[in-house]
Design a protein around this ligand. Sequence first.
Ligand code: HPA
Length: 237
Amino acid sequence: MTPHIHAELGDFAKTVLMPGDPLRAKFIAEYYLSNAREVSNVRNILAYTGNYRGVPVSVMGSGMGMPSIGIYSWELFTEFAVEKIIRIGSCGAYTKTLQLYDVLLAQSAWSESSFARTQNGDTLPIKHPSSELNEQLIASAKQQNIALHQGTVHSSDVFYRQDFMDYQRILNEHNAIAVEMESFALFHNAEVLGKHAACLLTVSDHLVTNEAASSEARQTSFTQMMDIALGSLVVAD
Ligand code: HPA
């Protein structure tokens, strides 16, 4: 039991998939997992544990932004014996090398956020996912013939920037090819606690072309991302 997760030790599997939206967590539990049961619902941040092809797995909403995923990932890692968190989210593309609905695996997260500095004085602006988890996700995509892009993502604290064209500078200076709002904090927490984290994203909007995903096509790319994430549980271990 923690301030934000009302569950017991043992209620979570070692691996947790984290979409931003709690209702997406509910959908994943109902659609993809067998014997799924709700394990926490504080603030409507729904969490479930079930099985995927016999492998125990949990799924829980992270909420939006680094403060939110920072809280949930910390409590999962420190109080519920969770070893691996795979964020499954969406992103905005900064370059035409990415198209709407592409699936992207974060190789690193660059951020101007104060999250790491505030957490433990760490001033490095780049955080990395677990290479072991990334290898499993890459192997899963390959096994299922699903195209998987890789690159640096920009973890932003601000969705509505005054100067949204600033993305061009971030692309040029930091080689960040897409923007989302959580990975930097998730990777930092995993690093500090000696745990594993990774981040898969589907391109839901495009800052160069101004396109935004239709709900139907969003679903197809979401399905591909889920196949990669869930497939990694069975190529692993
Ligand atoms: N900005 C930040 N996060 C996002 C975006 C965006 O444009 N699209 C999806 N997640």
